[in-house]
Design a protein around this ligand. Structure first.
Ligand code: NAP
Ligand code: MN
Length: 261
């Protein structure tokens, strides 16, 4: 019997959809299990989906997520409330129709400590007070000195979020890449960095090094002050986010619907 979890945004509409899903779980003789689920219904918007993925980080490789959207367009959502009966009738076959997306990870380091975090969309460092000065290393080799507001590394599925607002390319979400994008870079006779987004192969590593006082680390919908860390090393994780898609899934639909229609 399949174990089903439910992760809902706390608003009236999402709670109502959650109750509906809980009664379907009962009716179909499935097991409601938020601790060890095989399938997690995520109800809400993109922020909710990012939180759900983060919540199940330890078990993410064994879970298929299905998004039931209750707000406006959701980038991670292919189903709506009216699809719930269909989803429960076809759960086994829908489970064969998942897209998989590598998470991105960062090791924050100084000579005494190390800390690890994961994200779905992107990881970024930003200095809201002064110019961020960072040395950028690619695959262990010095690449450039960056001066500007910040640096961001997105996954392909995150390329349509903050990365796109920064002028980065939108990348087909079925390709595993990392996209390094600059935030308000200074380009002058004194300071010079690439000045465009750089799409890197999936086995690449990106290291930012500097005196990062005043720097804020952001990953998906979370932020925190970097503290005493002086290095942040970013690469793709082995962990994968699996998303259940409809049978007629057109992977560019959400980009079209969000930005063009
Ligand atoms: P938010 O401030 O509510 O989200 C900003 C917008 O990005 C929302 O419209 C959100 O959709 C959308 N979004 C999230 N992931 C996306 C994706 N993969 N592709 C396209 N659009 C996406 O915060 P949030 O909902 O917690 O989302 C966090 C994300 O916000 C971060 O990962 C970052 O990418 C993005 N962000 C964008 C900017 C910017 O564009 N200037 C600045 C900071 C952060 P929903 O409305 O459905 O939530
Ligand atoms: Mn949001």
């Amino acid at each position: 019997m399949r174990r089903i979890g439910v992760y809902a945004k706390s608003n009236e509409k999402s709670e109502k959809v959650k109750d509906r899903i809980l009664s379907f779980i009962k009716e179909k003789g499935l097991i409601f299990d938020n601790d060890n689920p095989e399938v997690v219904f995520v109800i809400g918007g993109d922020g909710t989906f990012l939180k759900a993925a983060n919540n199940y980080l330890d078990k993410i490789d064994d879970i298929a997520f299905i998004g039931i959207k209750t707000g406006h367009l959701g980038y991670f959502y292919d189903f709506q409330e009216e699809d719930i009966p269909y989803v429960f009738d076809h759960l086994d076959s829908l489970l064969k129709n998942v897209t998989k997306h590598l998470l991105i990870k960062a090791h924050l380091k100084n000579k005494d400590e190390e800390s690890l975090l994961h994200a779905v969309n992107e990881i970024r460092i930003e200095n809201p007070f002064h110019t961020l000065e960072a040395e950028v290393f690619l695959n262990g080799q010095k690449f450039e000195d960056f001066n500007g507001n910040g640096l961001m590394v997105a996954t392909s599925i995150g390329s349509s979020a903050y990365n796109k607002s920064l002028g980065g390319a939108v990348v087909d979400s079925s390709i595993d890449i990392m996209e390094l994008t600059e935030i308000a870079t200074i380009q002058s006779s004194v300071h010079r960095s690439l000045g465009s987004s750089f799409i890197l192969a999936k086995d690449s590593s990106i290291l930012f090094r500097g005196d990062f006082k005043n720097v804020v680390v952001g990953y998906d919908n979370k932020t925190f002050p970097i503290g005493d860390f002086t290095e942040i090393e970013i690469s793709l994780s082995n962990k994968r986010l699996s998303i259940i898609r409809p049978k007629d899934y057109f992977k560019f639909n959400v980009i079209k619907a969000s930005f063009i229609d």
